[in-house]
Design a binder for this molecule. Sequence first.
Ligand SMILES: [Zn+2]
Length: 350
Amino acid sequence: MHARNCLACVLPPYLLDHLAKHGHARLRTLAQNSLALDNQLRLRRTAIGRASTTLATARNTPPGQISRHVHTAESGSQLPGRLIRAEGQATTGDVAADEAYAYLGATYELFWEVFQRHSIDGAGLPLIGTVHYGQNYENAFWNGEQMVFGDGDGEIFNRFTIAIDIVGHELAHGVIEHETSLAYKGQSGALNESLADVFGTLVKQYHAKHSVEQADWLIGVGLFTDEVKATALRSMKAPGSAYDDPALGKDPQPGHMRDYVDTTEDNGGVHINSGIPNRAFYLAATAIGGYAWEKSGRIWYEALCDEGLWDTADFSQFAALTVDVAERLYGVGVEQQSVRQAWVDVGVIA
Ligand SMILES: [Zn+2]
């Protein structure tokens, strides 16, 4: 497994930063606590897996057979915590634990049934999740070996297991980590984030059996409470339109290269500029039509697994790769044309 230079958290740091400055007193404190925990984890990251007993005893399974282990941290920060639902066991009545179990399953199903990939590593890695992490912790993350979910604060953020595509996004980071060493900064980092959104939304669309027209192309619906002026965390269809709220600020994602954000924050805007390749995927998928996982998803998946995807790949190199893969899979036709046009429409290639 490749070493990661950053913990893959679902919430970008600027969002919690804004809340830590502009929320009311309770929200400021909770956002500061969540940020402090994120930083602490970033430093401790390599030690987490080694301390885990479940990880040491959970066995890889034969192809097509899923193995889930959902734990509770009981508001603490010990990982993986106490096992509350292993594969095949009945529902627990704990909403977060049962959602985590179901959505780990939905993610496995997309990768196995559509791409014939047996779990994150392609070799049956058990899927391990921990819910109720920390007190009112406002984040979820993939630590390189397992998924971790906070309960949220109940005012701005609901529990982090609520959105199937967030679970899919985080597990996709695991897949990406196994297939590439895409550097987690600048454009390669934004590609990393975008690929996680692409497979996250494919998990959601495949689970609902939604066509490209039926899909909402939003990431994280339900994560924000009704108190917040937000429809979701991100929009792949219209980047920059997901939220605009006094406590959170405005969704900063661009959907075109002319609005590319040059910043040193967020590892060079990895959660910001991912809006550009996200919209390219949306445009390609809707132009090709049907179910996104069948053709456009296949093209993006093959590009992710292609040896030509270098760790420093920028948007235009990835764009060229997807155009090549589309031709390899479907010849010179509507698929390749649509992929090419999508990247032209977001200003990545001429
Ligand atoms: Zn991510």
